[in-house]
Design a protein around this ligand. Structure first.
Ligand SMILES: [Fe+2]
Length: 514
């Protein structure tokens, strides 16, 4: 992909020895430093001191910023065996249009190191933060070694970013004994605190999936988040690109979101609220909606560490596929841009082209597991769905049992994936983990009557209305998943607990409560 690839990547270090695995104490120390650094910078108007000293000279022409320019932290995403996308945005005044930046490109130096102290630099280079991208930076780092943790940071002028940690995927086809992912969705900043992300940042994760509603585009009214100050320019419902950009800025000043991004790479797809509530991109083609979609997609691309080209107007292909050695194939799906409608017998939730791509690629990699990660599930929990029927039949015909990861509902609903829902006697094709929200709908546990309603379906094995995240460890013989709940989100510092463990046997599809 053509994302600001730096042509001047130096040779790799000759040190081929494996870095020791992150142990509890060193990992915890790193995360505390990282969180403290980003928390300090999240306060507008205060010049923060970077946590680490510069190891190289300063770039010319930047001068001093009015405030710490890395106020939105750092992120990495869409790893490959030799590559990862690094992200930051230069924003000394993140809650102002233009972020307090001059209308010209500014040079940004980046470094990837084997160690947290940056004594062993693996790759480094220089790129530009450009005003047309709201001074966002995407670096497609190449030449990395597979299956390894790395540390990265940026420098702009004399200012250093917080340090992020990232991990490359194992070599293609390589035997992998264990790979741990998490999946989340629906982080409404105004509704509450991203406490689940704080715990997720401290968890042992190789790759995080965000399955949409990274922002909510609607108007922000009244008192929010314990009385946090939100400028009027950011409260209006998002329609223009500047409004979406400001909304991302507001969200990305959150220290817990920054900590989770800095802890490991993410792979992100959108749902509806990155543009507008419940839109169906395959049919919502009014000029105002298309302009809004173009603005939303643009700001999404600028603010996520995603390995896709920038959108062209209202068009952006985000569905994509990668594999973790011989263990898991991941298909990242878009359930919004191409869908035609809901509750229509002719419904296409993915659009013909994406659906064909998915089905044709079911065996793209020779892996033990196949995962489809999607914002909104392919059909209702207890209703027939033509799109889902076609896709599940394709998996079933090929003898592949998919694990579906989804979000959107603000409930965790873990179920067997049946060939012909709601026919309870139809074969189990795979499993589905719909994850609850990070904050949306506020404090759990939700309505018991609603919960009981889902549980009446015999294929539904578990329902949870707290906020939280799901962590899943894939191994050659089984998947071990855990629903982690936080007690509340309307106040900070909620406790977390393991609400339920799940197991999937590689030899027999179906959810087992463990
Ligand atoms: Fe949502």
């Amino acid at each position: 992909m053509s994302i600001l690839m730096d042509a001047r990547i130096p040779a790799l270090s000759n040190d081929e020895s494996e870095r020791p695995a992150m142990q509890g104490s060193s990992r915890r120390n790193f995360l505390i430093v990282s969180s403290a650094a980003v928390a300090a910078t999240a306060v507008g108007g205060v010049t923060a001191t970077p946590a680490l000293a510069a190891t190289t000279g300063t770039s010319p022409g930047i001068g001093n910023f009015s405030s710490y320019p890395f106020s939105l932290g750092v992120a990495s995403g869409d790893p490959l065996p030799d590559s990862v996308i690094l992200w930051t945005r230069i924003a000394p005044e993140p809650l102002m249009i233009g972020s307090g930046m001059p209308n010209r490109p500014v040079p940004v130096h980046w470094q990837v190191a084997d160690d947290e102290a940056f004594t062993q630099i693996a790759v480094e280079g220089e790129t530009f933060a450009r005003p047309e991208n709201n001074h966002a930076v995407h670096v497609d780092v190449r030449g990395l070694r597979p299956g390894r943790w790395y540390f990265y940071r940026f420098r702009c002028g004399s200012e250093l970013s917080p340090v992020g940690r990232t991990r490359t995927l194992p070599a293609p086809g390589a035997p992998v004994s264990s790979f741990t992912v998490t999946h989340i969705s629906c982080q409404n900043w105004a509704v509450g605190y991203f406490t689940a992300l704080k715990y997720m940042a401290e968890d042992n994760i190789d790759l995080a999936f965000h399955l949409g509603d990274y922002i909510y585009e609607g108007a922000i009214n009244g008192v929010v988040r314990g009385g946090a100050y939100v400028p009027d320019t950011i409260r209006a419902a998002c329609r223009s690109v500047d409004e979406y950009r400001l909304r991302y800025s507001l969200y990305k000043t959150d220290p817990e979101l920054q900590a989770a991004h800095a802890a490991y790479p993410w792979a992100i797809v959108w749902d509806d609220h990155e543009v507008s509530n419940d839109y169906a991109g395959g049919v919502d083609h009014g000029p105002a909606q298309l302009a809004r979609r173009a603005a939303g997609y643009r700001a999404w691309w600028e603010n996520t560490p995603t390995r896709v080209d920038p959108p062209v107007g209202p068009d952006e292909r985000i569905y994509r596929r990668f594999a973790v050695g011989n263990l898991v194939q991941f298909d990242m799906l878009d359930s919004r841009e191409y869908r035609t409608a809901d509750n229509d017998p002719l419904i296409s939730k993915l659009g013909d082209e994406q659906e064909t791509w998915l089905i044709d690629g079911i065996n793209a990699y020779d892996t033990t597991w196949n995962v489809a990660a999607v914002g909104q599930q392919l059909g209702g929990v207890n209703a027939n769905s033509p799109t889902r029927n076609r896709i599940y039949e394709a998996y079933y015909d090929r003898g592949v049992a998919p694990v579906i990861l989804a979000g959107d509902l603000h409930w965790t609903i873990v179920s067997d994936a049946l060939l012909a829902i709601p026919d309870a006697s139809s074969p189990v094709v795979g499993e589905q983990f719909i994850v609850t929200s990070v904050t949306s709908t506020g404090d759990g546990p939700g309505s018991q009557a609603t919960k009981n309603g889902w549980l009446k379906n015999p294929w539904v094995k578990y329902v949870d209305g707290y906020r939280g995240y799901i962590r899943s460890t894939f191994t050659p013989t089984g998947v071990y998943s855990t629903q982690r709940d936080v007690q509340f989100v309307t106040r900070p510092n909620a406790p977390v607990w393991d609400a339920q463990n799940f197991f999937i046997d590689a030899k027999k599809p179906g959810i087992q409560l463990a």
